[in-house]
Design a protein around this ligand. Sequence first.
Ligand SMILES: NC(=O)c1ccc[n+]([C@@H]2O[C@H](COP(=O)([O-])OP(=O)(O)OC[C@H]3O[C@@H](n4cnc5c(N)ncnc54)[C@H](O)[C@@H]3O)[C@@H](O)[C@H]2O)c1
Length: 254
Amino acid sequence: MGERMKGKVAIVTGGSRGIGEGCARALAGEGAAVVIADVREREGAETVAAIEKAGGAASFVKTDVLDYASIQACVAEALKRHGRLDVLVNNAGTHFPHSIDALTPERWDFMLDLNLKSMFLFCKAALPELRRTKGAIVNMSSVRGLIGQQDAVAYCASKAGILGLTRGLARDEAKNGVRVNAVCPSNVETPLMQEWLAKQADPAAVRKECENAQPLGRMADIVEIGRCVVFLASSDASFVTGTHLVADGGALLD
Ligand SMILES: NC(=O)c1ccc[n+]([C@@H]2O[C@H](COP(=O)([O-])OP(=O)(O)OC[C@H]3O[C@@H](n4cnc5c(N)ncnc54)[C@H](O)[C@@H]3O)[C@@H](O)[C@H]2O)c1
């Protein structure tokens, strides 16, 4: 157990599984009390149990990031449990392949609501307390917010939008002492990734392609991305705001 986040309280959206779980584990591993805000109760309980087993502190608040009332209730519950909030990790999101021709206006709205609007809403609900603690926000973007991807216009737009939200909010909140940054991973070994691979005609071949997309020759582990979030959330990054950390195993080098 490290101590870089000792005494700090962090909300991690989508923390029940995948990259959010990695963020929750990494933050708790540095001493933060973590509140997992997610719709998945079983996986959330498993992640809380794993963190506690490792000596960390975590709890679960069932939260739907598509619903502003649910978000506000989550922030209120975190304050009730811990009396403060120092870090917000906006991570909940999804990806599904969608050609522009097959993409309906409703599916566009769903992708943008879940991946982008939810982050605006969570920032809005958490900012009064983050201003009080001079806290930090870390938003989960993607390398797809920096470059394109086939059959992913809504996803790419949502992830680029997160970078715009990050920069705009960082500018506004600098005077209040709140830092706002983003992380841009490439391929990460998560349940979402595994579910998508399982649907491919030749999952083993596609997995190899996903691994080889990174010059490091593999996908990221969820806790490796979590450690990037810890850096941006911690005082180690006290002069870093309005930017993004690319954690891509070198994928953008080619
Ligand atoms: N896996 C990758 O390769 C990769 C790469 C770059 C960026 N990302 C981003 O990382 C984030 C997490 O992706 P992942 O691969 O870990 O996905 P995942 O599906 O494995 O985990 C996502 C979590 O978010 C939660 N969630 C979904 N909708 C929610 C809602 N309405 N309210 C609350 N929680 C909700 C899910 O229940 C789940 O626990 C996403 O924003 C994704 O775009 C993923």
